[in-house]
Design a binder for this molecule. Structure first.
Ligand SMILES: N[C@@H](CCC(=O)N[C@@H](CS)C(=O)NCC(=O)O)C(=O)O
Length: 199
């Protein structure tokens, strides 16, 4: 398999966490791409020009992180990302974390078009979504990775780390002691460390 990535994308990170947890690293060749440079082969794989994009061994090209996760869970079922035993509870934790991540990337991308994006009507709502999403996680923590990797802790660690990484003007976890302690406990977990965002 082949995976287009960059080193900062939280959507890429969700997929890479699954690849690590499922022991698929040797089966996926990653290629770093600048999605804003519109490389031809990348655009052919995903006309939206966004990472991640997975090409399967039989040549299917799948964009959208959550679709790629669905595929990886099918071809490598253990450990499952979407545990049947408590699926609704797990998804309910993941949802605000994914929402916070989408909001954070919307701000980063919005700044490319408008310097005032952070404070305009849309930007303000995205900031609120980030803060509220992290607060929701603080009140309803996912499991530790060492207990069970799943979509809830993938989404949580991705949201926390991306927001802290991109928005350095405030201490996002200052008023969220449970989430802060949860994040501390994930330190050293191999998939978490192997997928940290960097520039
Ligand atoms: N909904 C998509 C979002 C992917 C996405 O927004 N990727 C960003 C990087 S974080 C990107 O490639 N942006 C380039 C662009 O928006 O043109 C997913 O879940 O994969």
């Amino acid at each position: 398999m082949h995976l287009y990535i960059n080193t900062t994308s939280p959507f890429v990170r969700l997929v890479r966490l699954a690849i690590e947890e499922k022991g698929l690293s040797d089966k996926v060749k990653t290629e770093i791409v600048d999605p804003w440079a519109d490389p031809k082969a990348f655009l052919a794989a995903n006309p939206a020009g966004r990472v991640p994009v997975l090409t399967t061994d039989d040549g299917h090209q799948i964009a959208e992180a959550q679709l790629i996760l669905r595929y990886l869970d099918q071809i490598a079922p253990e450990p499952t990302i979407f545990p049947a035993e408590d699926l609704a509870a797990t998804l309910a934790i993941a949802a605000p974390a994914l929402g916070a991540t989408e909001a954070a990337t919307a701000v980063i991308i919005g700044r490319k078009s408008s310097e005032a994006f952070d404070t305009d009507m849309v930007g303000s709502k995205r900031y609120r979504t980030m803060a509220d999403g992290l607060a929701r996680l603080d009140a309803n923590l996912p499991r530790d990775f060492s207990d069970r990797p799943d979509i809830a802790n993938f989404a949580a660690v991705t949201a926390v780390d991306y927001i802290v990484f991109r928005f350095t003007d405030r201490d996002w976890l200052a008023g969220l002691p449970s989430l802060k302690a949860w994040r501390e406990r994930q330190k050293g977990h191999p998939s978490v460390e192997a997928t940290m965002p960097y520039i």
